[in-house]
Design a protein around this ligand. Structure first.
Ligand code: N01
Length: 554
């Protein structure tokens, strides 16, 4: 399908949610477009992350596109939090409904993208050495799409099976009667452990740092299905009692609430300070949020993300919950984090802590007994040998920049993106980087991205990019890139807003701390989604202030 003769108007790299919507917009704009996808089908992160228990922790009624009213009216989610298979089915439905597949080249991985300054276009090369030329390039490559595979000593000597949660096989993995080890206790492991514990003979959880998690309280969604509607209530977000028809009836208002929020998500926010209420009141609020479930726990009080003392009240509440839920007090202690809650991304679970009360689970504390090496039959820590049939790496991702760096991206004057960003990802609004004309990143570092409901953020980015391309067409502009000044200021602002935020108060993938040798900078924009959108809109209204058009490409 790829043509190496023509020069495309646009090449989109990736066919996850960002790639699919970009493709939809490109076809609407009648651009000569192709999307290149390394997988054999659409879905991006939901194509790869098919480990047992994988599901989204943003409500399905919000974790879905809003660009097509018909689409959001006709699609029927079945659970409050959709499972990975259901989300993948949705991505496939979108691809079919809008006839997007005809413009996607599957099983094709872009290896390099170089700007040809003589010919003024991008030249991309894929894994089969095909050359693709294009005027514009959209990196819809995802933020969590390159695996973090730590170099464990002697890993190759292990004779059993090894799987990574982020690249789970498409076939069924039989865990019955198997001794299984799982390394890592982040969101992926927290979802996976309660699922596989019921199957395995024994599960060894190798934990370096405990993670905070709150119960999801997932449930099937309720449909009126022709039953008489008593009244149509206004959805706040994360309401447990609403019928789907009520949400759909009020969908535009509901979506507006997300648009005006910090995390692009409608959820109940309490504007009180945790420190300005009585201890009893505070506990009641936390208890209520804990019982309702999900990420609104961290919005129980307005200052949990900014004030360490306020944060500590929420952290203490969860620590007490761990103590009450996990029967073995030593295990409970090991599972208890000592850093601020919400620093590492708050996980949402179904029976995670309860899993540790089962007889066939052992928690291995890597802090006191470090993992030394793999061997033919399993894992050696400094204290024990663990004989295992299967090892699951739930060790996360080289987030936000990993996939961009895996592609050899070279802009004007032979500048490589990897070199330019060696001390941290510098760009303007997370959308474009100086020296890389007509190359856009979707939900890249420098944008709210992973701190928000990703689908809302993706749609906002894609809309902005296509408005920009339209503006360029109408104003006879051929090239756009961020100005160095604007990108330096944005980067500075990005770092400033993160300094006092709880998210930058511990070591996490947000700051690249999980990857050896990676620059330590807070990558996503933590200033809030609605403020960010205001800034993007202001920039476009002011003829793309901070961007420069048609400067020499040499
Ligand atoms: O990865 P993580 P994840 N030796 O990086 C440990 C999204 N997501 O895949 O904390 C031993 O959070 C590491 O330990 P430590 C979500 O945004 C969303 O779980 O570095 N252990 C940690 O425990 C999430 O934040 C959903 O000390 C090692 C774990 O591996 C992001 O994906 C569901 C190690 C990695 O945790 C990543 O989550 C799932 C080593 N050498 C994921 N290296 C939704 O619900 C790493 N670890 C939407």
């Amino acid at each position: 399908m790829i043509s190496n003769k023509k020069i495309y108007d646009l090449v989109i790299i990736g066919a996850g949610f960002a790639g699919l919507y970009s493709l939809y917009k490109a076809k609407l704009a009648k651009l000569n477009v192709i999307a290149i996808e390394r997988a054999s089908n659409v879905g991006g992160t939901w194509y790869w992350n098919r480990y047992p228990g994988a599901r989204c922790d943003v409500e399905s009624m919000q974790y879905s596109y809003q660009f097509s009213n018909e689409l959001q009216e006709e699609w029927e989610w079945t659970e409050k939090y959709a499972t990975q298979p259901e989300i993948l089915k949705y991505a496939n439905h979108v691809a079919d409904r809008f006839k997007l597949r005809e413009n996607i080249q599957f099983n094709s991985e872009i290896k390099s993208a170089k700007f040809n300054s003589d010919k003024n276009h991008w030249e991309l090369i894929n894994n089969t050495n095909q050359l693709i030329k294009t005027k514009f390039c959209i990196m819809a490559t995802g933020c969590l799409s390159t695996l973090n595979k730590p170099k464990f000593k002697n890993i190759e000597s292990f004779k059993g099976e090894i799987y990574h949660t982020g690249n789970w096989p498409h076939h069924h993995i039989n865990l019955k009667n198997k001794k299984v080890g799982i390394i890592g206790t982040g969101s992926s492991a927290i979802q996976c452990i309660p699922e596989i514990i019921n199957e395995v003979e024994h599960l060894y959880v190798f934990q370096r740092t405990p993670h905070y998690t709150v119960p999801a309280r997932n449930k099937p969604l309720k449909y009126l299905k022709g039953k008489t509607k008593k009244y149509m209530r206004e959805p706040v977000g994360y309401d447990n009692d609403l019928f789907i028809e009520e949400v759909k009836y009020n969908y535009s208002n509901f979506r507006l609430k997300a648009q005006n929020s910090v995390a692009a998500m409608a959820l109940p926010i309490n504007h009180q300070s945790a420190l300005n209420v009585s201890k009893e009141r505070r506990e009641t609020v936390f208890e209520d949020r804990w019982n309702k479930g999900g990420v609104p726990f961290i919005a129980a009080f307005e200052d949990l993300n900014f004030d360490r003392e306020a944060n500590e009240t929420a952290a203490k509440f969860v620590r007490n919950k761990i103590k009450s839920l996990v029967k073995d007090s030593h295990v409970a202690k090991l599972l208890t984090p000592d850093y601020p809650i919400g620093c590492k991304r708050l996980a949402v679970d179904s029976n995670y802590y309860e899993s540790y009360n089962k007889p066939n689970i052992s928690l291995v504390d890597l802090k006191t007994t470090p993992l030394e090496e793999f061997y033919a039959k399993g894992i050696n820590t400094s204290k024990n040998h663990y004989e295992l049939d299967i090892i699951i790496l739930a060790t996360g991702f080289d987030a936000m920049t990993g996939t961009l760096f895996n592609i050899d991206i070279e802009g004007k004057n032979n500048i490589k993106l990897k070199n330019k960003w060696s001390e941290g990802p510098k760009n303007y609004l997370g959308l474009a980087s100086s020296g890389f004309p007509n190359l856009f990143t979707i939900s890249g570092p420098g944008s709210p991205s992973v701190l928000t409901n990703m689908i809302v953020s993706i749609e906002q980015h894609v809309n902005w990019i296509f408005d920009c391309i339209e503006y360029m067409k109408n104003n006879n502009k051929n090239f756009i890139e961020a100005s160095l000044k604007a990108e330096n200021e944005w980067y500075k602002h990005n770092q400033e807003v993160s300094i006092d935020h709880v998210r930058s108060s511990c070591s996490s993938w947000y700051i690249g701390a999980n990857i050896k040798g990676k620059a330590k900078n807070f990558m996503p924009y933590v200033g809030g989604y609605s403020k960010y959108v205001e800034k993007c809109d202001e920039v476009s209204k002011n003829n793309y202030q901070g961007f420069i058009f048609d400067v020499s490409n040499k």
